[in-house]
Design a protein around this ligand. Structure first.
Ligand code: MD3
Ligand code: FE
Length: 213
């Protein structure tokens, strides 16, 4: 019999240097995470932000934590208050924080202290074009991402936009810890396919935990 330890390890895959896939890491927590997302949305509703170029994003977003990521005509930045409500972003739910810290620890980051969780909501056709995450003050901290609901193709390249793009399908419950060399890689999400997930219907959610301030 194969010891469980090895079954666990087989799900830890290095996608690229510094990027560790923890396959199914959030599966047991998924339903309570989805309840928390609905709860957060009653405080800070999902909205389609405007890119600095004036386009409406196809992905709807909200934030929680002391800082929230915002895009508007002025650019990308982090704010303490939700521009839509004028109030603080809702605090990070303890379940969110525990999951993010456990995932980071499994990937070797023992003192990950995220202050922000961006929740992205995709419907079929929604996508995220190639970009880098470089609005965070401390870029040595990893980013932890959690995929829920419909699966999507994650696309990523190198440190320059023109580099070869690889793709990997991210499924419900998958967690990826992006640190080291992968932290500033170009990445995006291909247009979501038309499918139905038993827990979320035609929706994909992605949580990204960051140390932003
Ligand atoms: C690779 N979100 O919110 S998560 C984003 O699925 C974002 O919604 C995507 O890219 C989503 O900025 C992808 C995976 C992810 C997050 C951050 C990264 C991959 C990353 C930072 C550096 C490299
Ligand atoms: Fe990103």
């Amino acid at each position: 019999m194969m010891p469980d330890l090895f079954l666990e390890e087989r799900r830890h895959i290095i996608l690229s240097p510094g990027a560790i896939l923890l396959g199914g890491f959030a599966l047991n927590d998924a339903e309570k995470l989805l309840v928390q997302i609905d709860h957060l949305a009653t405080f800070s509703p999902f909205r389609h932000m405007i890119t600095p170029g004036g386009k409406i994003m196809s992905v709807a977003m909200l934030s929680s934590g002391t800082l929230g990521w915002v895009s508007d005509q002025k650019g990308y930045h982090y704010t303490h208050t939700d521009p839509k409500t004028g109030k603080s972003w809702p605090p990070l739910p303890p379940e969110f924080l525990a999951l993010a810290q456990n995932a980071a620890r499994s990937a070797g980051y023992h003192d990950f202290k995220p202050d922000s969780c961006l929740v992205n909501r995709y419907v079929p056709g929604a996508r995220l074009t190639l970009h880098q995450d470089k609005d965070e003050r401390d870029q040595t901290a990893p980013i932890v991402s959690v995929s829920l609901g419909l699966a999507a193709y994650f696309l990523w390249g190198g440190l320059q936009r023109h580099e070869h793009i690889k793709r990997h399908k991210l499924f419900h419950g998958d967690v990826v810890v992006w640190g080291g060399h992968s932290r500033l890689a170009f990445h995006g999400i291909a247009p979501l396919e038309e499918e139905i997930h038993p827990l979320t219907g035609s929706i994909r959610y992605n949580l990204t935990f960051r140390k932003s301030g």
